[in-house]
Design a protein around this ligand. Sequence first.
Ligand code: ADP
Ligand code: LRH
Length: 482
Amino acid sequence: GAVKSYAAVDLGASSGRVMVGRVGRDSLELSEAHRFPNRPVRVPEGLRWDVLGLYAGVLDGLRAAGRVDSVGIDSWAVDYGLLDADGALLGNPVHYRDARTEGVAEKVWASVPPEELYAATGIQYAPFNTLYQLTAARSTAQLAAARRLLLIPDLLTYWLTGEQGTELTNASTTQLVDPRTRDWSYDVAARLGIDLKLFAPLRRPGDPAGVLRAEVLEETGLRGPVPVTAVGSHDTASAVAAVPAVGERFAYICTGTWSLAGLELDEPVLTEESRAANFTNELGLDGTVRYLRNIMGLWLLQECVRAWGDPDLGELLREAAEVPALRSVVDAQDAAFLAPGRMPERIAEACRASGQPVPETRGEFTRCILDSLALAHRRAIGEAQRLADHPVDVVHIVGGGTRNALLCRLTADACGLPVVAGPTEAAALGNVLVQARAHGLVGDRAGMRRLIARTQPLTRYEPSGDAAAWRAAEARLAGAAP
Ligand code: ADP
Ligand code: LRH
């Protein structure tokens, strides 16, 4: 049968890539056309994304990809660019790790208490949710001049096609969407003085998002028309779409810069208990809910590696494997680890403050991070099952962390469940398959998942560790929490 090619632009917090997926009736092959670093830049006004550099990377990638039947874009959530009345970008998009949102939540909660915010939006508290970012920006000249707000994938789509929209899965991360109606939360926005007219109309995964502009065709050497298709433009929505699960009794962990650990549900869980446990209800494909918790993820390791002058990752992981298990653990959900810088020192401080041995060697720090991540995975998956009343038999790990066998093994041990690791480029695969589905090439969500399971390499890890030791570590951490 016919094989079609789709370009998936997937921008993570640490790197951007343009992948090409070749999809047939019963085949799926992914290859990398171009990968480029995504480095935040600190300027006097704060931490910013180099969005022009990313756009240049996208153009280079499309040129390298060659002839494709469609293009889709996904990226990290919550961040945005502002356009003036002429449609020109106002400044560099602010990085979600920027300090501008410190102390802003209290201001928001004075107008809409956190209980009401959660009941209306289902989104967990994180200082960087777009809602808090917009509140932090309230009296800036830039926001006053802004006529349009485009989330990062929508901004790049606009530059490629000239068309503006707000893709729903990513819109849900703004904390301005009602997960029951899957439309804006008009009441929350009004009470916080946020003008929803800043946002372009909502669009859904699979919707057309324009065609590459003539200048883009010229720059990339592509022959038009090349359509751009809306995908799950939140990278985590695309990644969850590519989890090769069978049935419904599964949990997933999307591991990269973050670990996003949770469940796919049909309806949001908006209880007070769920809010207190800081679980979020982001929107996924086909009206599903991504019920999950944000865990600091491999960011903890990335920042240590940066502090140590970029030693070899494989070497570090081999050293970590030799260190005794669960010597010291830190709370990998703690927002204290959000900002860049001084990561080994902050981890050492957390160990000292909770009366645990302070890691000394790089191997010990690495082991502490991986044990702490596995423990946070265990807690998130355990609590999600209980809060959503949705038991699971298996944990799927997707994303860059699947390349870290020690992390996968520790997660299986910690959860006491089998782990199936793969695919590594899940977000790109979910992006590709939503495009293919929009063009009639693959079936429903279950069919997409079967195709991934049949065609992509997966590794299975059976739980083998000392279950009592993980229970004790969990209790120890809970005891140490303030
Ligand atoms: P993001 O999409 O958030 O930028 P990725 O999904 O690309 O992140 O995952 C990046 C992480 O994957 C890195 O921080 C690193 O810890 C891990 N990783 C990448 N390559 C390897 C490898 N060869 N061995 C072990 N871990 C790896
Ligand atoms: C992962 C991610 C995550 C968000 C964070 C800001 O890349 O999109 O789902 O919470 O970035």
